[in-house]
Design a protein around this ligand. Structure first.
Ligand code: NI
Length: 263
């Protein structure tokens, strides 16, 4: 029983076999998936996927790469998409100083606006943060509402930063990167996280885990990442999967609480 908390099944790389990939995910024990938007177009296609499949939910947001495109009209559309009960979070949003596809000041303004939007809508945030952890935390501290929470997805920061993130009430999620041979820093970060704040994700079609490196990633491969996280945390695989399941439902509070996989 696994929960893929971050997938991009609307990606063109699933253009020819999307339904098959979704069926195989469910058959392999991935019983819930959040398909994450990264702009208006993918936020709408994520919602469409969630409406079509009873075990898929969606998020809407504008990725830092697209920050330059953000305006009042886009924000209005996000607000509209978020009203649908299938939408469980705002994101992915955040800061990316590795690619710098949008100017940093613009990224900061747009992230701040989406933090406030999520607060207004009482939805958790899905945060993309690359080489910008200090600014991300500073913005969250200054902009977020008291009870507001979220997840740092595909975490690439340090173990020290984990303590700040957890201290703020946020969760941390890992992809296949944690299975790589050179993942020492990521493994240290996993060790620093209390089990009740840990999520697992594929970020598919990106970030395939070992032994599937180089292939297109699919939700089914989440088992390799989940097994690695269980090993690092010193827990039994089944127990760890149950913890992921509970954590994901606690964070994304709009998700139905029942264990029956029908919306
Ligand atoms: Ni993503």
């Amino acid at each position: 029983m696994l929960f893929d908390s971050h997938a991009h099944l609307d990606d063109p790389r699933f253009g020819t076999d999307r339904e098959q990939v979704i069926n195989e995910a469910r058959k392999s024990g991935v019983l819930r998936i959040i398909n994450v938007g990264a702009g208006i177009e993918s936020s709408l296609s994520s919602l469409e996927l969630a409406r079509k499949h009873d075990f898929i939910f969606s998020s809407c947001g504008v990725h830092p790469h697209e920050a330059s495109s953000y305006n009042d009209e886009i924000e209005g559309k996000l607000r509209e998409i978020a009203r649908d009960g299938n939408t469980v979070a705002i994101g992915e949003t955040g800061l990316d100083y590795y690619y710098d596809n949008s100017p940093r000041e613009t990224q900061k303004t747009v992230f701040a606006r989406q933090i406030r939007l999520a607060g207004e809508l009482s939805l958790p945030l899905i945060i993309h943060c690359r080489d910008a952890h200090k600014d991300c935390l500073d913005l969250l501290k200054s902009e977020k509402a008291d009870s507001q929470t979220g997840v740092f997805h595909c975490y690439s920061g340090s173990a020290e930063m984990v303590r700040d993130i957890v201290g703020m009430g946020f969760y941390v999620s890992f992809t296949g990167v944690v299975t790589f041979k050179n993942a020492r820093k990521t493994i240290e970060a996993v060790k620093a996280i209390p089990s009740d704040r840990l999520l697992v994700e594929t970020d598919c079609p990106y970030m395939p885990p070992e032994p599937m490196r180089g292939k297109r990633n699919v939700p089914e491969y989440i088992k390799y990442t989940a097994a690695k996280l269980a090993e690092i945390q010193g827990r039994d695989y089944e127990e760890m999967c149950g913890i992921f399941w509970d954590n994901t439902h606690r964070l994304f509070s709009r998700l139905p609480k029942d264990t029956v996989m029908v919306k």
